[in-house]
Design a protein around this ligand. Structure first.
Ligand code: F6P
Length: 327
């Protein structure tokens, strides 16, 4: 966890799926670095840019006016080449040529695993958890989750208006190929009749009977939130339930990538700024190969190896809460 040599130049990059709040985080890294006499280099296009030397020096003005912008000004990518040893070697060579002494990686679990590969080869790394899925071990929250949830809830609220007007059931898909976090939280705060997540497979007949029961209880609508990775998938559910008599007519809405965009919420801006600020403080204090993490109200360092060798499990207590409240 201790950085070996004094750090004069840091690189910062975003990687994997973007999440709202990455820009405020970049801004915080750059300005905290500059305030401490570090040179800050932005790496474009995640690990792709690292391999191909797509670097630009960032000044305070280069990160002006981005606090409120979704996406990432550095662009992002999922790099297959970086998974190969030759990709990692090229990335290290490019960093050495540009005299980048340490790298701040903002991204999800795949990006942090990539960062660990560099750490193993001697590059001081600070990871920052950025993913709407909130599936990264060691941190209560990731950058982007709050904004994505607000987008989802706004969408479901609107769908409920039209569902009630037409006496319809809606299957609504949220993101989360491997994690049901967004679906469960959205189910609770948007008042869904049922939530389906990858962690708890169900059978189609149970979904159909839950919808029909809502109809029999006199509801004017039924909302079923289906995580992207749920089993059965939203498409399987739609095709099978469509042929059944469940009282309501049914429609399907896939919220899709709108969940990844938009202005970062106040919460995400603050979290991202705290993470970015603290990432540089950790480096200045001689720490490396850690991820900044939210633990309750504190921002703490967690060894990167611990982060990438564990999976964050979903609290099924919240799924139970969603079920209990869907009366
Ligand atoms: O990991 C973030 C995430 O948005 C997941 O929720 C989703 O399954 C995936 O990325 C989608 O990836 P892509 O943007 O490559 O389609």
């Amino acid at each position: 966890m201790v950085a070996r040599k004094s750090i004069k130049t840091i690189g910062v990059m975003t990687s994997g799926g973007d999440s709202p709040g990455m820009n405020p985080c970049i801004r915080a890294v750059v300005r905290t670095g500059l305030a401490n006499d570090l040179r800050v280099i932005g790496v474009e296009d995640g690990y792709e840019g690292l391999i191909h030397g797509r670097f630009r020096t960032l000044g305070a003005r280069d990160v002006g006016g981005i606090l409120q912008r979704g996406g990432t000004i550095l662009q992002t990518a999922r790099s297959a080449e970086f998974r190969e040893p030759h990709g990692q070697r090229e990335a290290i060579r490019q960093m050495s040529n540009a005299e980048i002494d340490a790298l701040v990686v903002i991204g999800g679990d795949g990006s942090l695993s990539g960062a660990m590969k560099l750490a193993e080869q001697g590059i001081p790394i600070i990871g920052i958890p950025g993913s709407i899925d909130n599936d990264i071990h060691g941190t209560d929250m990731c950058i982007g989750v709050d904004t994505a949830l607000n987008t989802i809830v706004d969408g479901i609220d609107k769908l409920r208006d039209t569902a009630s007007s037409h006496n319809r059931a809606f299957l609504v898909e949220t993101m989360g190929r491997e994690s049901g976090y967004l679906a469960v939280q959205a189910g609770i705060i948007a008042g869904a009749e049922m939530v389906l997540i990858p962690e708890e497979p169900v059978i189609v007949a149970d979904v159909a009977s839950t919808i029909e029961n809502a109809y029999l209880r006199g509801k004017t609508h039924a909302i079923v939130v289906v995580a992207e990775g749920a089993k059965p998938s939203i498409h399987e559910l739609a095709s099978q339930i469509d042929a059944m008599d469940i009282g309501f007519t049914m429609r399907v809405t896939i919220l899709g990538h709108i969940q990844r965009g938009g202005k970062p919420s106040a919460y995400d801006r603050f979290l991202a700024t705290r993470f970015g600020y603290q990432a540089v403080q950790f480096l200045l204090n001689g720490q490396a190969n850690v991820m900044v993490a939210l633990d309750g109200r504190e921002v703490v360092p967690i060894p990167l190896r611990t982060v990438v060798s564990n999976r964050k499990t979903l609290s099924l207590e919240y799924l139970q809460m969603a079920k209990t409240l869907a009366q």
